[in-house]
Ligand binder design. Structure first.
Ligand SMILES: [Zn+2]
Length: 332
């Protein structure tokens, strides 16, 4: 049997931002990439290659003072670099023809990369774009899974020796690769996630990842927020283990109409807590990221408390007249 090898492209980008005070020239391109750095790891998480190129900014040609402070690049320094499409094509061919997955520190890089690709009408990566968010994995394996640390914090925490200044693409990619390879391959590999710059185009394409006792789902995009949270698939709660559609103990409620919470119960596998995060895409459509996690009595009690607090606050507020509050508890 032929073995399929998998490489890991640990990617880090530096970008310039649109000038402050003025209206963005391109709403769908808030950040213009000025540097791509990447480290290629083989399937044993060993470093086998590196990539580093700077890019001449042409949409926001003057370095924003914040970007200049962070990256150290000045406007004149980048004048001799090539433009994004040329550097990107070179990067893509460097990634190779073997199968690979991207790894980044935090969830931003792949979204901004695809925004830049889209701006130049370059073909996007085939969706779903699965990747490893090493910042999230660091939190899951070293902390509570919720807190997000800086790359510098993780490097020091794992006693990785300093090899250069942070906030340069290749150095940050190298550090991210070192953090990644500080964990065992078996611990990292099941913890992939999915980038949401491209949403599923229809119900059949919707993204679903199972992590055993938890799951992640990304819905297609809808024209309005209420349409998202009324969708039967979005609000359904299926047990992560037996896939049974469960009855809710707490119906979806929200404190800010951005994040919704719910609780369900599987007679075989116990409580299931749910969180839906509603996001807006670049076409002003809305989609849901739903995370379901099997939990215990303590986790269930926390959610009951949270809902009680929410109801108390709601009852203290002056009654809305004429229209329904969109923070009302949804019954499904
Ligand atoms: Zn179950």
């Amino acid at each position: 049997m032929e073995e399929i090898t998998m490489n890991y492209i640990v990617l880090d980008l530096e970008w310039n931002q649109s000038p402050s005070g003025k209206k963005r020239i391109f709403k769908s391109l808030p950040f213009e990439i000025i540097e791509i750095g990447a480290i290629k790891l083989n399937e044993n998480f060993e470093i086998i290659d590196k990539f580093q190129e700077t890019i001449r900014p042409v949409i926001y040609p003057h370095m924003h003072h914040i970007s200049q402070e962070v990256t150290g690049f000045t406007t004149s320094e980048l004048q001799h670099s090539r433009r994004f499409p040329d550097v990107f094509r070179q990067f893509l061919s460097w990634c190779g023809t073997e199968e690979y997955r991207f790894c980044t520190w935090g969830p931003l890089d792949l979204t901004e990369l695809q925004r830049n690709m889209n701006h130049y009408h370059l073909p996007l990566f085939p969706a779903p774009v699965f990747y490893y968010d090493i910042q999230e994995i660091f939190s899951q394996l070293k902390e509570d899974g919720i807190v997000r640390r800086s790359l510098e914090y993780a490097v020091d925490d794992l006693h990785i020796s300093h090899q250069g200044d942070f906030h340069r693409a290749l150095v940050d990619a190298y550090y991210t690769a070192r953090v990644m390879s500080a964990f065992s391959i078996d611990e990292v590999l099941p913890r992939y996630t999915v980038d949401t710059y491209q949403q599923p185009r229809n119900r059949k394409e919707e993204f679903y990842i199972s992590y055993g006792t938890s799951s992640k789902y990304v819905s297609q995009a809808f024209p309005s927020k209420p349409a998202v949270i009324k969708d039967p698939e979005v609000v359904s709660m299926k047990c992560c283990i037996c896939q049974k559609r469960l009855r809710k103990k707490i119906h979806w409620f929200t404190e800010n109409s951005k994040n919704y919470y719910a609780l369900a119960y599987c007679s075989e596998h116990g409580f299931l807590s749910g969180k839906i995060h509603i996001k807006k895409n670049d076409s002003d459509y809305y989609f849901a990221i739903k995370e379901l996690t099997l939990t215990d009595q303590k986790g269930a009690d926390l959610l009951f408390e949270r809902k009680k607090d929410y109801q108390k606050k709601r009852n203290q507020r002056p009654k809305l007249t004429g229209s329904l509050s969109n923070e009302s508890i949804l019954k499904h």
